[in-house]
Write a protein that binds this ligand. Sequence first.
Ligand code: NAD
Length: 360
Amino acid sequence: MTQQFTYQALPMRVRFGVRAFDVITEELEHLGLKKVVVLCSPGRKELGQLLADALGASHLTTIPKAVMHVPQELAEDVIAEVENLGADGCVSIGGGSAIGLGKAVALELGLPTIAIPTTYAGSEMTTVWGSTAAGKKQTGRNEKVLPKSVIYDPSLSTGLPVDTSVTSGFNAIAHAVEALYAPDRSPIVSLMAEEGVRALTTALPAISANPESLQARSDALYGAWLCGACLGSTTMSLHHKICHALGGTLNLPHAETHTVMLPHVLAFNQPVIPTAVGALSRALGGTKNPAKRLWELATKLGAPVSLASLGMSYADIPRIARQVHEESYGNPREASLDDITRILFTAWTGEDIFPRSNMR
Ligand code: NAD
């Protein structure tokens, strides 16, 4: 059968492997920006200060308030502050939380943003925005929130602790995995997904062995870029839906939740996605069971493997299952309420869902 697909390229400038503080003023000039606000999370204040120094006279202020899942009240305060300052753009430095805050500002005020990611979450490559109010996370897509320029500087992620690096890397891998069976997948995105999974699953053990390795950090950022681009170009399925409900409703930590859930949802989908399994097998060095291989990798690298260990109570399983089941989303395999409950239960216990007889 001949191929048929739609691929929408996103307007995006990437500077990879450069020293962010050396090139930031060039990026400002490129975009015609003169008065910018730096956004970062409280833990990245020092980094925000270094960026402010590099920006010199173009720096208006730094708002070190970004937190996970962009609480709506916080976003409203920050938007008002940026507007009152008369800024013409923002520079987000840090993980998905800082980049998410920049997106909230861009969505409301239409200001351009530059992103300098220091984790592997991939938000910088997408038009997806999110915000949380009254225990519910809302997301949407809008081209306004796509950063105009992204600077990947491996030296800024050498300080990312190994455990955060691993879970953040798994967060990115999850984007690529779901892109491989997305309803709107395309050959280009599948190439990026396979290469992204290969790069990250090679880089994460290398980071674990030597967190200071610039080569490993560069490989991981390269993988994160590709996986983020997959998220930006396709519609995510059951895995992201479940993580979204767990994060928005129970405030479970984002990257860790993705790490725990991914092998379980992939194991559920594997029987009906032979092409995706083939791509993942190649990316993972030849395995018949990519879900198991990812579970083994997470376990070997000391990542959390149960929702219980992330603080989720057993009593929350039914309401999360119902919430996921009631929302509409695509998935290659139809998932009943019982299926979702079972997936959540096994992920909650952290049980080994891969019997030894079935290992490779
Ligand atoms: P995060 O941004 O909250 O960062 C986690 C922690 O790591 C923070 O305390 C931060 O200060 C710290 N940190 C970041 N970089 C560091 C470094 N280099 N060294 C030391 N510490 C560092 O977490 P995250 O996992 O990057 O992002 C999660 C958020 O991003 C969630 O809100 C999620 O919904 C969102 N997200 C959005 C998209 C999208 O496309 N919209 C995609 C992925 C993630």
